[in-house]
Design a protein around this ligand. Structure first.
Ligand SMILES: Cc1ncc(COP(=O)(O)O)c(C=O)c1O
Length: 415
């Protein structure tokens, strides 16, 4: 039993689409992945047969309720949450973070310190920076080493003080692809009595995630980055969720997790989330010989990461061979366990916009710019020069697609 790329690709209708006879190569995955047909079908079925608000006595309402609870169970399995009551849904990671940061702020006092990272996407930076402004908190910045693209954890030791109350950090960078040692980072914060808020948006799609093993207090992710619909999910430690004051209207539920889910939710989105998690479990069962539920999900993520590492190795080796290209991230094969396959590049004579536009003309989809990782782009000195070109394979990409992309890049860069 092993990873079966053809079986995987057959699940994704978008991968077969051609434009004027030209195949598409999706390498824009860090911004959002394609979905298996089962995800679209589940969303469609929800809209067509379970379209009602929650809590009614009638069929559609009951069916919608079952969809919501099955999505919570699925996400609890994916993140290894102790209970599905700790799974909060929302529109996307940014909106969830803006919202819950207000509640977390009620635990903080003027002069308290929070640690933010220079590697993170702005969605795990600015909600907290605004909170700090509103509450008169002190922000301390955790830099990353621009030679290794990783945090130096001794630096973190020096930043943590007895006034540190909160540390916000990403599981993986959406720009450099660095996979952070969040378990060690959370242990350091916990030892100082600080809460931890992990942005798992770029790590959950690539590696098995276990919130209990990480030892964090909150972890957020976005199912549209792992083959699901445009939604956000937060896991929070039960005693904290129960302690926080939810920002909600009076008639809304007051029990967790619903008390943090403002207004009417996208039930069709939840149906899609459940189907996306089921898709991952299918990989674990059919390609890694695991039984259903959490074991299948963990096996799936390990199988996918092993395959993605081979794509990353091929891509990085090819990129390093192109004159003038700098990979803005880890390149050493023996450190590939510490990166996801998201690869950012710059070229010494060509702007990222030109490269991304030229690749688009060949129907190869990539993003360019700072990709909202403003602090990281500034630290790498590429903020003012248009950022980087971000090439982001996932498990449905093939070695041939990587070869074609490298060939296209060589042509575009005149080699
Ligand atoms: C690392 C990271 N965090 C947060 C976000 C924001 O996610 P959302 O679009 O769900 O708000 C992104 C989006 O690209 C991201 O890559």
């Amino acid at each position: 039993m092993s990873f079966d790329l053809d079986a995987v690709r057959a699940q994704f209708p978008a991968l077969a689409i051609k434009d004027d006879g030209v195949r598409r190569i999706y390498l824009d995955n860090p911004a959002g992945t394609q979905v298996p047909r089962t995800v679209a079908d589940a969303m469609s079925a929800c809209l067509l047969s379970a379209n009602a608000n929650l809590g009614g006595y009638f069929r559609t309402s009951q069916a919608a309720g079952e969809i919501v609870s099955s999505a919570r169970d699925a996400m609890a399995d994916l993140l290894n949450a102790p209970s599905s009551d700790e799974i909060v849904f929302g529109q996307n990671m940014t909106t969830i973070t803006m919202h819950i940061s207000r509640s977390i702020g009620r635990l903080l006092r003027p002069g308290d310190e929070i640690i933010l990272s220079r590697m993170d996407h702005d969605a795990n930076v600015w909600p907290w920076a605004m909170l700090a402004r509103d509450l008169d908190l002190k922000v301390t910045w955790l830099p990353f080493n621009i030679d290794t693209f990783e945090f130096d954890l001794e630096v973190l030791d020096n930043l943590i003080t007895e006034r540190t109350r909160l540390l916000c950090v990403g599981g993986a960078s959406n720009l450099t692809g660095t996979l952070n040692d969040v378990t060690t980072i959370c242990a350091k914060a916990r030892a100082a009595g600080a809460l931890t808020y992990i942005d798992g948006v770029q790590s959950v799609p690539h590696v098995a995630t276990d919130v209990q093993a990480i030892g964090c207090d909150f972890l957020v992710c976005s199912p549209y980055k792992f083959f699901g619909p445009h939604q956000g999910v937060l896991w929070g430690r039960r005693e904290l969720l129960e302690k926080l004051e939810p920002y909600k209207v009076r008639p809304a539920a007051s029990a967790i997790p619903e008390c943090f889910e403002t207004g009417t939710q996208s039930h069709e989105g939840f149906a899609g989330i459940k189907a996306a998690v089921d898709y991952l479990a299918w990989i674990g069962e059919s390609m890694a010989g695991a039984t259903s539920g959490r074991p299948a999900l963990r096996a799936a993520m390990e199988t996918l990461f092993a395959y993605e590492k081979s794509l990353a190795a091929q891509l990085i080796e090819g990129l390093l061979d192109i004159d003038g290209v700098t990979v803005q991230g880890i390149t050493s094969p023996d450190a590939f366990d510490r990166r996801v396959p998201t690869v950012a590049i710059t070229h010494d004579r060509t702007e990222p916009t030109h490269i991304a536009e030229s690749l688009a003309r060949e129907n190869i989809f990539v993003w360019k710019g700072h990709n909202y990782a403003i602090e990281a782009a500034k630290a790498l000195n590429i903020y003012e020069t248009g950022g980087a070109v971000r090439i982001g394979p996932v498990h449905y990409n093939s070695a041939q697609e990587i070869d074609e992309t490298l060939a296209a890049l060589r042509r575009i860069l005149g080699q």
